[in-house]
Design a protein around this ligand. Structure first.
Ligand code: FAD
Ligand code: SF4
Length: 504
């Protein structure tokens, strides 16, 4: 808790941000942190509620409430209220290895379950987390801390997204020798090549990786696992492929953190026209060009001067809006098939469940600042893609949808006669991801579900093959950074216990 009466004395104040008009002109991070006096006031709002739900991380009515990591939020707020920032960092990092990521990108599941949030705006837990981390950067608390004792065992982690990083970090601190295999040229998974620089500066990811290297974790980049073992699979041209057999022979255990990378396509007439692009290809190209200016420029992946249509919402759709605005798009419109969420909780979505309410993210705010309105069109989607005489996309036909809930599922039907023609020279498909690429799971012959996610028992990360574990989006399907970190951390502990049990 902070101060018992703090919630009656202080209003919620958001952390400062660059002005929207200014931030949309560059690719720099828009976050800023609280000043010291303000963070103390905000932490004081934590109200000694008795049974905090913000840190519960438990399932209620099929949804998780509170922080999945189990961060001890009231204790942390109390330490911040008393200006004990270093102790707050120590407390935070007992459950959370990477607050620098979530302090920037987490949707703050914790705040949806904050008791104060039942009647007032909740405690600004995420912004306080960001402040605590920012205070620690460059100081003794961020000094590399190698384990005092090594077990002599070796674990391979496949994938260096937040799940792989959390897994490698935890295993290393438990004394295991960890080698992370990453097929890309930079580490970080979607932290590096998915979430744009304005939301998460890439230096933040690289600083963490450098610290982990100093602590003894080995990163092998340009190293695709598994591709070389099947004669029909193309070998990576970029670096050394690593066969599954080599990993199984050289390591005592294997943790798969390969993410959920198979994108859902737009299946409508004309959608194969050049100019219809998966959102990830678009975002990836933009980030690579920023990090490496001699990365080959592709006009098809540039929004400059174009009318841009984005199909789908979510974080990916928002990031596409923000990137297209920075590239100088002529117009941007974002279609979401579902009706807009209500502005406050509906009766069937009471506290402490995650609020299902309309949120306006940075991309939409920026669009409103430049064009005077929100780019989202709810209850409509693309029915057909139109092409010009050269075959390139020239527009889309949209149609309105009527959505109803049947047996707990949303069913959408077209509204006859509601079709409209909309000009577009770039159509970005942000319809989410269906699951992991099948190759690794098939090669290891793991039990899997229809989406090719490795099956594990409830509360466990062990796959059907002894000594092989899976975590993050690859195991649970597309999700959030906080979930990936939690899964990587807990899979590491299970893997360590498994290795210990083998030696009994
Ligand atoms: C555009 C976008 C924006 C997002 N924004 C947010 C946000 O703001 N907040 C939030 O909480 N979540 C966000 N998410 C979701 C979040 O990024 C993911 O849930 C999270 O990154 C999953 O972590 P992961 O480690 O499981 O997988 P990933 O981050 O996908 O990492 C998997 C890694 O494994 C590597 N890999 C795969 N196969 C192999 C192989 N065979 N050999 C070697 N390496 C391999 C990949 O190259 C990749 O680096 C966003 C997602 C997207 C797509
Ligand atoms: S990681 Fe996310 S959910 Fe957990 S305390 Fe931080 S902001 Fe809240």
């Amino acid at each position: 808790m902070g101060k018992p009466t703090g919630f009656m004395e202080h209003e919620r104040v958001e952390a400062p941000r660059r002005s929207v008009e200014e931030q949309v002109r560059d690719y720099e991070e828009f976050h800023q942190v609280y000043a010291e006096g303000e963070v103390v006031r905000q932490a004081a709002r934590c109200m000694d509620c008795g049974i905090p739900f913000c840190n519960a991380g438990v399932m209620l009515e099929g949804e998780t409430i509170g922080c999945p990591l189990g961060n001890c939020i009231p204790e942390i707020n109390d330490l911040v209220y008393h200006s004990c920032y270093e102790d707050a960092y120590r407390r935070l990092t007992r459950t959370h290895p990477f607050p620098e990521f979530t302090g920037r990108v987490c949707p703050a599941l914790c705040e949806g379950s904050c008791t104060l949030g039942e009647h007032e705006p909740p405690v600004s837990i995420k912004e306080i987390e960001h402040f605590i981390d920012a205070r620690a950067v460059g100081g003794p608390l961020r000094k590399p801390r190698a384990p005092l004792r090594r077990t002599g065992r070796r674990v391979a982690v496949v994938g260096s997204g937040p799940a792989g990083l959390a897994c490698a970090h935890t295993l290393n601190r438990l004394g295991e020798k960890v080698v992370v295999f990453e097929r890309d040229d930079r580490p970080g998974g979607l932290l590096m090549y998915g979430i744009p620089t304005m939301k998460l500066a890439k230096g933040v990811v690289l600083a963490r990786v450098a610290q982990m290297e100093d602590e003894g974790v080995e990163f092998r980049l340009n190293a695709a696992v598994g591709r070389g073992t099947r004669p029909d699979a193309p070998r990576s041209k970029r670096g050394d492929d690593v066969s599954i057999d080599t990993l199984l022979a050289d390591f005592d255990a294997l943790v798969l953190c390969g993410g959920s990378t198979v994108a859902r396509p737009l299946v409508v007439p004309g959608s194969s026209a050049p100019g219809v692009v998966p959102a990830m290809a678009y975002l990836n190209h933009s980030i690579r060009r920023l990090l490496n200016s001699d990365h080959p420029y592709q006009e098809l992946l540039d929004a400059q001067g174009k009318d841009v249509v984005i199909v789908g919402g979510g974080d990916t759709g928002t990031d596409c809006v923000a990137t297209a605005l920075r590239q100088g798009a002529r117009s941007v419109v974002q279609y979401q098939i579902n009706a807009a969420m209500p502005s406050c909780r509906p009766a069937d979505n009471p506290w402490p469940l995650l609020p299902r309410v309309l949120r306006t993210d940075y991309g939409q705010e920026e669009h409103a600042a430049l064009f005077g309105h929100d780019p989202r069109v709810f209850g409509e989607s693309v029915k057909e893609v139109l092409a010009d005489s050269t075959g390139r996309v020239s527009g889309v036909v949209t149609v309105a949808y009527h959505s109803v809930r049947k047996n707990g599922r949303r069913v959408s039907t077209e509204v006859p006669g509601s079709e409209k023609n909309v000009p577009a020279q770039l159509v970005l498909v942000a319809l989410g991801f269906s699951g992991p690429e099948p190759l690794l799971v098939e090669e290891l012959d793991l039990a899997r579900d229809a989406a090719c996610k490795p099956l594990t028992d409830a509360g466990s990360y062990a796959t059907s093959r002894r000594g092989v574990f899976a975590a993050g989006d690859m195991r649970r399907g597309q999700s959030l950074v906080v979930w990936a970190v939690m899964e990587g951390r807990d899979a590491a502990v299970e893997c360590h216990n498994y290795l210990n049990s083998r030696e009994l």
